[in-house]
Ligand binder design. Structure first.
Ligand code: GDP
Ligand code: MG
Length: 439
Protein backbone atom coordinates (compact mmCIF):
# COMPACT_ATOMS: atom_id res chain seq x y z
CA UNK A 1 0.00 0.00 0.00
CA UNK A 2 1.33 3.39 -0.93
CA UNK A 3 2.62 5.61 1.78
CA UNK A 4 0.22 8.40 1.09
CA UNK A 5 -2.80 6.21 0.95
CA UNK A 6 -1.55 4.54 4.05
CA UNK A 7 -1.31 7.90 5.75
CA UNK A 8 -4.77 8.74 4.57
CA UNK A 9 -6.14 5.53 5.92
CA UNK A 10 -4.36 6.02 9.19
CA UNK A 11 -6.45 9.06 9.67
CA UNK A 12 -9.67 7.20 9.19
CA UNK A 13 -9.76 5.88 12.68
CA UNK A 14 -12.73 5.57 15.02
CA UNK A 15 -14.54 3.28 12.71
CA UNK A 16 -18.15 2.48 12.30
CA UNK A 17 -18.12 -1.27 12.36
CA UNK A 18 -16.99 -3.70 14.99
CA UNK A 19 -17.56 -7.40 14.88
CA UNK A 20 -18.34 -9.82 17.64
CA UNK A 21 -14.79 -11.09 17.62
CA UNK A 22 -13.48 -7.53 18.04
CA UNK A 23 -15.59 -7.21 21.15
CA UNK A 24 -14.12 -10.50 22.34
CA UNK A 25 -10.62 -9.12 21.90
CA UNK A 26 -11.57 -6.03 23.85
CA UNK A 27 -13.16 -8.06 26.62
CA UNK A 28 -10.05 -10.17 26.93
CA UNK A 29 -8.13 -6.99 27.72
CA UNK A 30 -10.71 -5.90 30.25
CA UNK A 31 -10.56 -9.32 31.84
CA UNK A 32 -6.78 -9.13 32.16
CA UNK A 33 -6.94 -5.65 33.60
CA UNK A 34 -9.37 -6.82 36.27
CA UNK A 35 -7.34 -9.88 37.16
CA UNK A 36 -4.21 -7.77 37.35
CA UNK A 37 -6.05 -5.46 39.69
CA UNK A 38 -6.68 -8.46 41.95
CA UNK A 39 -10.35 -8.84 41.31
CA UNK A 40 -11.61 -12.29 42.19
CA UNK A 41 -11.78 -14.46 39.05
CA UNK A 42 -15.37 -15.50 39.58
CA UNK A 43 -16.38 -11.90 39.81
CA UNK A 44 -14.39 -11.15 36.68
CA UNK A 45 -16.06 -13.90 34.71
CA UNK A 46 -19.53 -12.82 35.62
CA UNK A 47 -18.73 -9.21 34.99
CA UNK A 48 -17.15 -9.76 31.60
CA UNK A 49 -20.13 -11.78 30.40
CA UNK A 50 -22.46 -9.06 31.48
CA UNK A 51 -20.48 -6.38 29.68
CA UNK A 52 -20.12 -8.51 26.57
CA UNK A 53 -23.84 -8.84 26.31
CA UNK A 54 -24.33 -5.11 26.48
CA UNK A 55 -21.42 -4.39 24.17
CA UNK A 56 -22.85 -6.61 21.48
CA UNK A 57 -26.05 -4.60 21.53
CA UNK A 58 -26.75 -3.00 18.20
CA UNK A 59 -26.37 0.61 19.30
CA UNK A 60 -22.79 -0.03 20.36
CA UNK A 61 -21.83 -2.05 17.32
CA UNK A 62 -23.17 0.60 15.03
CA UNK A 63 -21.83 3.62 16.85
CA UNK A 64 -19.02 5.63 15.33
CA UNK A 65 -16.67 4.90 18.19
CA UNK A 66 -17.39 1.38 19.38
CA UNK A 67 -14.09 1.13 21.28
CA UNK A 68 -14.98 4.09 23.41
CA UNK A 69 -18.52 2.78 23.79
CA UNK A 70 -17.20 -0.48 25.16
CA UNK A 71 -14.98 1.39 27.61
CA UNK A 72 -17.94 3.44 28.70
CA UNK A 73 -20.01 0.34 29.33
CA UNK A 74 -17.19 -1.29 31.26
CA UNK A 75 -16.89 1.78 33.44
CA UNK A 76 -20.61 2.08 33.97
CA UNK A 77 -21.02 -1.56 34.89
CA UNK A 78 -18.04 -1.49 37.23
CA UNK A 79 -19.41 1.58 38.93
CA UNK A 80 -22.81 -0.04 39.27
CA UNK A 81 -21.25 -3.19 40.63
CA UNK A 82 -19.58 -1.18 43.38
CA UNK A 83 -22.83 0.39 44.43
CA UNK A 84 -23.22 3.22 41.95
CA UNK A 85 -23.01 6.07 44.40
CA UNK A 86 -21.16 6.86 47.56
CA UNK A 87 -22.96 5.59 50.64
CA UNK A 88 -22.71 7.58 53.80
CA UNK A 89 -22.09 6.31 57.28
CA UNK A 90 -25.22 5.38 59.23
CA UNK A 91 -26.02 7.74 62.08
CA UNK A 92 -28.55 7.04 64.81
CA UNK A 93 -31.73 9.05 64.98
CA UNK A 94 -31.45 8.88 68.72
CA UNK A 95 -27.88 9.22 70.04
CA UNK A 96 -25.54 7.70 70.66
CA UNK A 97 -24.52 6.39 67.26
CA UNK A 98 -22.52 3.21 67.83
CA UNK A 99 -19.86 2.15 65.36
CA UNK A 100 -18.05 -1.13 65.78
CA UNK A 101 -14.74 -1.60 63.99
CA UNK A 102 -13.92 -5.16 62.93
CA UNK A 103 -11.24 -6.79 60.80
CA UNK A 104 -8.01 -8.73 60.80
CA UNK A 105 -4.93 -7.64 62.67
CA UNK A 106 -3.07 -4.84 60.93
CA UNK A 107 -5.96 -4.00 58.62
CA UNK A 108 -6.20 -0.51 60.07
CA UNK A 109 -9.06 -0.71 62.59
CA UNK A 110 -7.44 1.43 65.26
CA UNK A 111 -6.24 4.03 62.78
CA UNK A 112 -9.60 4.14 61.01
CA UNK A 113 -11.45 4.44 64.33
CA UNK A 114 -9.54 7.66 64.95
CA UNK A 115 -10.07 8.88 61.39
CA UNK A 116 -13.81 8.27 61.68
CA UNK A 117 -13.99 10.12 64.99
CA UNK A 118 -12.32 13.12 63.38
CA UNK A 119 -14.53 12.88 60.29
CA UNK A 120 -17.72 12.81 62.35
CA UNK A 121 -16.68 15.65 64.57
CA UNK A 122 -15.54 17.80 61.66
CA UNK A 123 -18.37 17.15 59.23
CA UNK A 124 -21.30 16.24 61.46
CA UNK A 125 -20.42 18.18 64.55
CA UNK A 126 -20.47 14.98 66.63
CA UNK A 127 -18.94 14.41 70.04
CA UNK A 128 -17.24 11.04 69.65
CA UNK A 129 -15.64 8.69 72.10
CA UNK A 130 -13.24 5.86 71.31
CA UNK A 131 -13.47 2.56 73.17
CA UNK A 132 -10.35 0.44 73.73
CA UNK A 133 -11.73 -3.03 73.09
CA UNK A 134 -8.51 -4.71 71.97
CA UNK A 135 -6.94 -6.15 75.11
CA UNK A 136 -4.77 -8.71 73.34
CA UNK A 137 -2.39 -6.94 71.04
CA UNK A 138 0.53 -5.52 73.02
CA UNK A 139 0.29 -1.75 73.32
CA UNK A 140 -3.05 -1.70 71.52
CA UNK A 141 -4.54 0.49 74.22
CA UNK A 142 -1.57 2.87 74.15
CA UNK A 143 -1.95 3.15 70.39
CA UNK A 144 -5.62 4.13 70.67
CA UNK A 145 -4.82 6.62 73.43
CA UNK A 146 -2.19 8.21 71.23
CA UNK A 147 -4.70 8.45 68.42
CA UNK A 148 -7.22 10.01 70.81
CA UNK A 149 -4.72 12.64 71.94
CA UNK A 150 -3.84 13.50 68.35
CA UNK A 151 -7.39 14.36 67.46
CA UNK A 152 -8.47 15.42 70.91
CA UNK A 153 -11.13 12.76 71.35
CA UNK A 154 -11.66 10.94 74.68
CA UNK A 155 -10.70 7.27 74.91
CA UNK A 156 -12.57 4.90 77.20
CA UNK A 157 -10.35 2.12 78.56
CA UNK A 158 -10.40 -0.33 81.47
CA UNK A 159 -6.95 -1.72 80.84
CA UNK A 160 -6.20 -5.18 79.49
CA UNK A 161 -7.40 -7.23 82.46
CA UNK A 162 -11.10 -6.68 81.88
CA UNK A 163 -13.00 -8.64 79.24
CA UNK A 164 -13.98 -6.68 76.12
CA UNK A 165 -17.66 -7.49 76.72
CA UNK A 166 -17.44 -5.76 80.11
CA UNK A 167 -15.51 -2.82 78.67
CA UNK A 168 -18.16 -2.21 76.04
CA UNK A 169 -21.00 -2.48 78.56
CA UNK A 170 -19.43 0.16 80.76
CA UNK A 171 -18.45 2.30 77.80
CA UNK A 172 -22.05 2.58 76.68
CA UNK A 173 -23.12 3.80 80.11
CA UNK A 174 -20.21 6.22 80.23
CA UNK A 175 -21.10 7.74 76.84
CA UNK A 176 -24.68 8.34 77.95
CA UNK A 177 -23.60 9.88 81.23
CA UNK A 178 -21.14 12.18 79.47
CA UNK A 179 -23.56 13.06 76.63
CA UNK A 180 -21.17 11.80 74.03
CA UNK A 181 -23.27 11.13 70.93
CA UNK A 182 -20.94 8.80 69.05
CA UNK A 183 -19.26 5.64 70.35
CA UNK A 184 -16.57 4.05 68.20
CA UNK A 185 -15.50 0.65 69.43
CA UNK A 186 -12.02 -0.55 68.50
CA UNK A 187 -11.86 -4.34 68.63
CA UNK A 188 -9.13 -6.96 68.48
CA UNK A 189 -8.07 -8.61 65.27
CA UNK A 190 -6.30 -11.86 64.58
CA UNK A 191 -3.98 -12.87 61.84
CA UNK A 192 -6.67 -15.27 60.70
CA UNK A 193 -10.33 -15.61 61.44
CA UNK A 194 -10.84 -17.81 64.48
CA UNK A 195 -13.81 -18.87 66.49
CA UNK A 196 -12.87 -17.26 69.80
CA UNK A 197 -12.51 -13.90 68.20
CA UNK A 198 -15.75 -14.24 66.31
CA UNK A 199 -17.64 -15.19 69.46
CA UNK A 200 -16.23 -12.20 71.25
CA UNK A 201 -17.26 -9.93 68.39
CA UNK A 202 -20.73 -11.42 68.36
CA UNK A 203 -21.05 -10.70 72.09
CA UNK A 204 -19.96 -7.11 71.59
CA UNK A 205 -22.46 -6.72 68.79
CA UNK A 206 -25.24 -7.94 71.07
CA UNK A 207 -24.22 -5.62 73.90
CA UNK A 208 -23.62 -2.48 71.88
CA UNK A 209 -26.30 -2.96 69.20
CA UNK A 210 -24.21 -0.96 66.71
CA UNK A 211 -25.70 1.13 63.92
CA UNK A 212 -22.65 0.48 61.86
CA UNK A 213 -20.42 -2.58 61.83
CA UNK A 214 -17.50 -1.33 59.82
CA UNK A 215 -15.28 -4.00 58.37
CA UNK A 216 -11.77 -2.67 57.80
CA UNK A 217 -9.89 -4.37 54.99
CA UNK A 218 -6.35 -3.84 53.77
CA UNK A 219 -6.52 -3.19 50.02
CA UNK A 220 -3.02 -4.55 49.61
CA UNK A 221 -4.10 -8.06 50.58
CA UNK A 222 -5.88 -8.42 47.26
CA UNK A 223 -7.57 -11.79 46.82
CA UNK A 224 -7.45 -12.66 50.53
CA UNK A 225 -9.62 -9.68 51.26
CA UNK A 226 -12.54 -11.45 49.63
CA UNK A 227 -12.47 -14.44 51.97
CA UNK A 228 -12.03 -12.20 54.96
CA UNK A 229 -14.97 -10.06 53.96
CA UNK A 230 -17.12 -13.08 53.28
CA UNK A 231 -16.44 -14.64 56.69
CA UNK A 232 -16.91 -11.45 58.67
CA UNK A 233 -20.11 -10.72 56.83
CA UNK A 234 -21.50 -14.18 57.41
CA UNK A 235 -20.81 -14.10 61.12
CA UNK A 236 -21.55 -10.48 61.92
CA UNK A 237 -23.69 -9.17 59.10
CA UNK A 238 -21.51 -6.12 58.56
CA UNK A 239 -23.05 -2.84 57.41
CA UNK A 240 -20.13 -1.20 55.65
CA UNK A 241 -16.52 -1.51 54.60
CA UNK A 242 -13.49 0.73 54.79
CA UNK A 243 -10.73 -0.15 52.39
CA UNK A 244 -7.39 1.00 53.79
CA UNK A 245 -3.93 1.59 52.34
CA UNK A 246 -5.14 2.63 48.95
CA UNK A 247 -2.27 5.11 48.98
CA UNK A 248 -0.11 2.11 48.12
CA UNK A 249 0.36 0.93 44.58
CA UNK A 250 -2.52 -1.52 44.57
CA UNK A 251 -5.12 -1.07 41.87
CA UNK A 252 -7.78 -1.82 44.44
CA UNK A 253 -9.53 -4.70 42.76
CA UNK A 254 -10.45 -5.90 46.25
CA UNK A 255 -13.09 -3.19 46.27
CA UNK A 256 -14.95 -4.86 43.45
CA UNK A 257 -14.66 -8.36 44.86
CA UNK A 258 -15.71 -7.36 48.36
CA UNK A 259 -18.70 -5.50 47.14
CA UNK A 260 -19.94 -8.29 44.90
CA UNK A 261 -19.30 -11.03 47.43
CA UNK A 262 -20.83 -9.32 50.47
CA UNK A 263 -23.22 -6.95 48.75
CA UNK A 264 -22.30 -4.46 51.45
CA UNK A 265 -21.24 -0.95 50.52
CA UNK A 266 -17.71 0.30 50.76
CA UNK A 267 -18.14 3.61 52.48
CA UNK A 268 -14.62 4.91 52.99
CA UNK A 269 -11.10 4.48 51.76
CA UNK A 270 -7.90 5.07 53.72
CA UNK A 271 -5.43 7.18 51.79
CA UNK A 272 -2.70 7.69 54.40
CA UNK A 273 -1.63 6.78 57.91
CA UNK A 274 -2.57 10.23 59.11
CA UNK A 275 -5.82 11.07 60.84
CA UNK A 276 -7.09 13.14 57.94
CA UNK A 277 -6.37 10.34 55.49
CA UNK A 278 -9.94 9.10 55.21
CA UNK A 279 -11.98 9.71 52.08
CA UNK A 280 -15.50 8.89 50.99
CA UNK A 281 -15.57 5.95 48.60
CA UNK A 282 -16.66 6.85 45.08
CA UNK A 283 -17.45 3.85 42.87
CA UNK A 284 -16.78 5.70 39.60
CA UNK A 285 -13.31 6.81 40.67
CA UNK A 286 -12.56 3.30 41.84
CA UNK A 287 -13.69 1.89 38.51
CA UNK A 288 -11.18 4.14 36.82
CA UNK A 289 -8.44 3.03 39.16
CA UNK A 290 -9.20 -0.67 38.84
CA UNK A 291 -9.13 -0.50 35.09
CA UNK A 292 -5.97 1.56 35.08
CA UNK A 293 -8.00 3.49 32.58
CA UNK A 294 -5.06 4.64 30.51
CA UNK A 295 -3.69 1.14 30.02
CA UNK A 296 -6.90 -0.47 29.01
CA UNK A 297 -7.85 2.38 26.76
CA UNK A 298 -4.65 2.16 24.79
CA UNK A 299 -4.96 -1.60 24.48
CA UNK A 300 -8.49 -1.34 23.23
CA UNK A 301 -7.42 1.32 20.81
CA UNK A 302 -4.87 -1.10 19.47
CA UNK A 303 -7.56 -3.72 19.09
CA UNK A 304 -9.50 -1.14 17.15
CA UNK A 305 -6.59 -0.40 14.89
CA UNK A 306 -6.81 -4.00 13.75
CA UNK A 307 -10.45 -3.54 13.03
CA UNK A 308 -9.60 -0.50 10.97
CA UNK A 309 -7.14 -2.48 8.99
CA UNK A 310 -9.80 -4.94 7.90
CA UNK A 311 -11.99 -2.15 6.62
CA UNK A 312 -9.00 -0.56 5.03
CA UNK A 313 -8.24 -3.69 3.08
CA UNK A 314 -11.81 -3.85 1.91
CA UNK A 315 -11.61 -0.28 0.73
CA UNK A 316 -8.32 -0.91 -0.96
CA UNK A 317 -9.84 -3.83 -2.79
CA UNK A 318 -12.77 -1.73 -3.90
CA UNK A 319 -10.46 0.88 -5.28
CA UNK A 320 -8.48 -1.75 -7.12
CA UNK A 321 -11.43 -3.40 -8.80
CA UNK A 322 -12.99 -0.01 -9.25
CA UNK A 323 -16.11 -1.00 -7.43
CA UNK A 324 -16.06 2.01 -5.16
CA UNK A 325 -19.59 3.42 -5.26
CA UNK A 326 -21.44 6.47 -4.12
CA UNK A 327 -22.70 4.34 -1.29
CA UNK A 328 -19.13 3.73 -0.14
CA UNK A 329 -18.58 7.44 -0.49
CA UNK A 330 -21.53 8.03 1.83
CA UNK A 331 -20.16 5.59 4.41
CA UNK A 332 -16.73 7.20 4.24
CA UNK A 333 -18.23 10.56 4.96
CA UNK A 334 -20.01 9.15 7.97
CA UNK A 335 -16.73 7.92 9.31
CA UNK A 336 -14.79 11.13 8.88
CA UNK A 337 -17.60 13.41 9.96
CA UNK A 338 -16.58 13.47 13.58
CA UNK A 339 -12.88 13.59 12.95
CA UNK A 340 -12.34 17.31 13.20
CA UNK A 341 -11.54 19.76 10.46
CA UNK A 342 -14.19 18.99 7.91
CA UNK A 343 -12.46 20.63 4.99
CA UNK A 344 -10.10 17.70 5.33
CA UNK A 345 -12.84 15.40 4.23
CA UNK A 346 -12.05 15.22 0.56
CA UNK A 347 -8.36 14.92 1.21
CA UNK A 348 -9.16 11.78 3.10
CA UNK A 349 -10.98 10.27 0.22
CA UNK A 350 -8.67 8.00 -1.71
CA UNK A 351 -7.40 9.85 -4.72
CA UNK A 352 -9.51 12.90 -4.17
CA UNK A 353 -6.68 15.10 -3.04
CA UNK A 354 -5.15 14.88 -6.49
CA UNK A 355 -8.21 16.13 -8.29
CA UNK A 356 -7.71 19.62 -9.61
CA UNK A 357 -9.43 22.24 -7.55
CA UNK A 358 -10.64 19.94 -4.82
CA UNK A 359 -7.90 20.87 -2.43
CA UNK A 360 -9.17 24.43 -2.51
CA UNK A 361 -12.58 23.30 -1.58
CA UNK A 362 -13.68 23.98 1.93
CA UNK A 363 -16.39 21.72 3.21
CA UNK A 364 -18.33 22.71 6.24
CA UNK A 365 -20.33 20.29 8.33
CA UNK A 366 -23.43 21.61 6.63
CA UNK A 367 -22.01 20.91 3.20
CA UNK A 368 -21.24 17.36 4.16
CA UNK A 369 -24.80 17.01 5.34
CA UNK A 370 -25.95 18.30 1.96
CA UNK A 371 -23.80 15.87 0.02
CA UNK A 372 -25.01 13.03 2.19
CA UNK A 373 -28.60 14.12 1.72
CA UNK A 374 -28.13 13.99 -2.03
CA UNK A 375 -26.66 10.49 -1.96
CA UNK A 376 -29.37 9.30 0.39
CA UNK A 377 -31.98 10.47 -2.09
CA UNK A 378 -30.56 8.11 -4.68
CA UNK A 379 -31.72 4.56 -5.17
CA UNK A 380 -29.26 1.75 -4.54
CA UNK A 381 -28.95 1.21 -8.26
CA UNK A 382 -28.06 4.87 -8.75
CA UNK A 383 -25.47 4.72 -6.02
CA UNK A 384 -23.85 1.66 -7.56
CA UNK A 385 -23.97 2.94 -11.08
CA UNK A 386 -24.34 6.74 -11.34
CA UNK A 387 -24.35 6.60 -15.14
CA UNK A 388 -28.06 5.73 -15.04
CA UNK A 389 -28.81 9.10 -13.49
CA UNK A 390 -30.44 11.01 -16.30
CA UNK A 391 -31.97 14.47 -16.22
CA UNK A 392 -35.29 13.39 -14.73
CA UNK A 393 -33.58 11.32 -12.06
CA UNK A 394 -31.40 14.30 -11.21
CA UNK A 395 -34.50 16.41 -10.73
CA UNK A 396 -36.03 13.78 -8.49
CA UNK A 397 -32.84 13.53 -6.42
CA UNK A 398 -32.62 17.29 -6.07
CA UNK A 399 -36.23 17.47 -4.93
CA UNK A 400 -35.82 14.55 -2.56
CA UNK A 401 -32.76 15.99 -0.90
CA UNK A 402 -33.91 19.58 -0.91
CA UNK A 403 -30.76 20.60 -2.80
CA UNK A 404 -30.36 22.37 -6.08
CA UNK A 405 -29.87 20.65 -9.41
CA UNK A 406 -26.43 22.26 -9.64
CA UNK A 407 -25.37 20.68 -6.42
CA UNK A 408 -26.44 17.26 -7.62
CA UNK A 409 -24.50 17.80 -10.84
CA UNK A 410 -21.46 18.98 -8.99
CA UNK A 411 -21.43 15.95 -6.72
CA UNK A 412 -21.75 13.54 -9.66
CA UNK A 413 -18.96 15.29 -11.50
CA UNK A 414 -16.70 15.15 -8.46
CA UNK A 415 -17.42 11.52 -7.95
CA UNK A 416 -16.64 10.75 -11.58
CA UNK A 417 -13.32 12.50 -11.34
CA UNK A 418 -12.55 10.63 -8.20
CA UNK A 419 -13.26 7.33 -9.90
CA UNK A 420 -11.04 8.32 -12.80
CA UNK A 421 -8.31 9.13 -10.36
CA UNK A 422 -8.68 5.79 -8.66
CA UNK A 423 -8.47 4.07 -12.01
CA UNK A 424 -5.26 5.90 -12.82
CA UNK A 425 -3.92 5.06 -9.44
CA UNK A 426 -4.38 1.35 -9.93
CA UNK A 427 -3.43 1.12 -13.60
CA UNK A 428 -0.17 2.95 -12.99
CA UNK A 429 0.72 0.38 -10.45
CA UNK A 430 4.45 0.27 -9.87
CA UNK A 431 5.20 3.14 -12.23
CA UNK A 432 7.12 6.16 -10.98
CA UNK A 433 4.40 8.53 -12.10
CA UNK A 434 2.03 7.05 -9.59
CA UNK A 435 1.37 9.83 -7.13
CA UNK A 436 0.74 7.27 -4.43
CA UNK A 437 4.11 5.61 -4.63
CA UNK A 438 4.28 1.87 -4.77
CA UNK A 439 0.91 0.26 -4.51
P1 GDP B 1 -5.39 -2.75 63.32
O1 GDP B 1 -4.52 -3.85 63.76
O2 GDP B 1 -6.48 -3.25 62.43
O3 GDP B 1 -5.89 -1.91 64.43
O4 GDP B 1 -4.48 -1.80 62.38
P2 GDP B 1 -3.79 -0.42 62.71
O5 GDP B 1 -4.78 0.67 62.80
O6 GDP B 1 -2.88 -0.59 63.89
O7 GDP B 1 -2.95 -0.21 61.40
C1 GDP B 1 -1.91 -1.06 61.00
C2 GDP B 1 -0.87 -0.26 60.23
O8 GDP B 1 -1.44 0.21 59.02
C3 GDP B 1 -0.43 0.99 60.98
O9 GDP B 1 0.95 1.14 60.77
C4 GDP B 1 -1.19 2.10 60.29
O10 GDP B 1 -0.50 3.33 60.37
C5 GDP B 1 -1.29 1.60 58.90
N1 GDP B 1 -2.44 2.13 58.19
C6 GDP B 1 -3.75 2.07 58.51
N2 GDP B 1 -4.52 2.65 57.57
C7 GDP B 1 -3.68 3.08 56.60
C8 GDP B 1 -3.86 3.73 55.33
O11 GDP B 1 -4.97 4.04 54.87
N3 GDP B 1 -2.75 4.00 54.61
C9 GDP B 1 -1.51 3.65 55.06
N4 GDP B 1 -0.47 3.95 54.29
N5 GDP B 1 -1.31 3.03 56.21
C10 GDP B 1 -2.37 2.74 56.99
MG1 MG C 1 -5.78 -2.15 66.43
Amino acid sequence: LGERLQATMDRIKSKGKVTESDVKVMMREVRLALLEADVNFKVVKQFVNQVKERALGSDVMQSLTPGQQVIKIVKEELTELMGGENQKITLANKPPTVIMMVGLQGAGKTTTAGKLALHLRKNFNKKPMLVAGDIYRPAAIDQLETVGRQIDVPVFSLGDQVKPQQIVTEAMDHAKAEHLDTVIIDTAGRLHIDENLMNELKDIKKIADPHEIMLVVDAMTGQDAVNVAESFNELLDITGVTLTKLDGDTRGGAALSIRSVTEKPIKFVGMSEKMDGLEAFHPDRMAQRILGMGDVLSIIEKAQANVDETDQKELEKKIKDQSFTLDDFLAQMDQVKDLGPLDELLKMMPGANKIKGLDKMQMSGKEIDHVQAIIRSMTMQERENPSVINASRKKRIARGSGRSLQEVNRLLKQFNEMKKMMKQMTSQKGKKKNPFGNM
